[in-house]
Design a binder for this molecule. Sequence first.
Ligand SMILES: NC(=O)c1ccc[n+]([C@@H]2O[C@H](COP(=O)([O-])OP(=O)(O)OC[C@H]3O[C@@H](n4cnc5c(N)ncnc54)[C@H](O)[C@@H]3O)[C@@H](O)[C@H]2O)c1
Length: 255
Amino acid sequence: MRGLIGKRVLVSGGSSGIGLAAARRFLEEGCRVLVGGLDPAEVDEAVAELRPLGEVTGFAVDVGHEPDATALVEAAVRELGGIDVLANNAGIAWREPFLEITPEHFDRMLAVNLRGMFLVGQAVGRHMVERGGGGVIVNMSSTNGIAGEEDYAHYNASKGGVLLLGKTMAVELGRYGIRVNTLCPGYIRTPLNASIAGAMTDPDFESTYITTRIPLSRAGRPEDVAAAYAFLASEDAAFIHGTELVIDGGQLAVM
Ligand SMILES: NC(=O)c1ccc[n+]([C@@H]2O[C@H](COP(=O)([O-])OP(=O)(O)OC[C@H]3O[C@@H](n4cnc5c(N)ncnc54)[C@H](O)[C@@H]3O)[C@@H](O)[C@H]2O)c1
């Protein structure tokens, strides 16, 4: 991808799954990376795994907690000397029927997936505006931000919010040369989805889901989404702004 060499990249939620693959891809493209994550041990493990690929450090925080989100961005500015690209990736998900969701569960989902994305995005936006010279922010939504999958009302609401958050950020930050776009992956095989599938009583849940809902008949790979992160962060996407990129093997095309 054009224009990525030497870029300073913050990947929130970079210690597992899609974020870990994105961190790997950015390092392979010649970027310097700071990975965030909730669990300090997982962040350390990710950094150790990534280190042979290039310059990488880690910082563990809860992005739903305002002082933590600010600390994450400050750590990236300190370690990397500034932030050129934010992969605003951290998120959680679990299945729960709409009628059973407690206010506490709803709040936790929104706190990490929407509030956390806002907090980290705002802190990085302020840094980029103050420093000048523009930048790129890629927020993580989902196909569940576009259509309402059953048993995910709280998750769907959080990811729908991320889509409009991103569009508004694009409208307000474009004048500073900061490009903002959103990723909408479908079913990607990650530790998150492994735990969701593992909690289902039907042992064939995943294979049935894939064959009935995904026209390409396979789960997505974290690397499929990492490639989209790299593309949107690169100069090849220089005029792509305020929109979303769906990476779902055709799932949203099914009627
Ligand atoms: N896996 C999929 O099918 C899929 C599809 C669409 C969107 N997504 C989104 O992609 C992102 C990554 O998902 P994944 O499947 O790779 O999950 P994952 O569980 O493998 O990784 C999640 C990452 O987010 C971090 N994280 C979780 N809660 C956090 C918190 N409170 N503070 C800071 N970091 C936190 C974790 O430490 C980890 O690094 C999420 O935003 C998820 O909603 C995933």
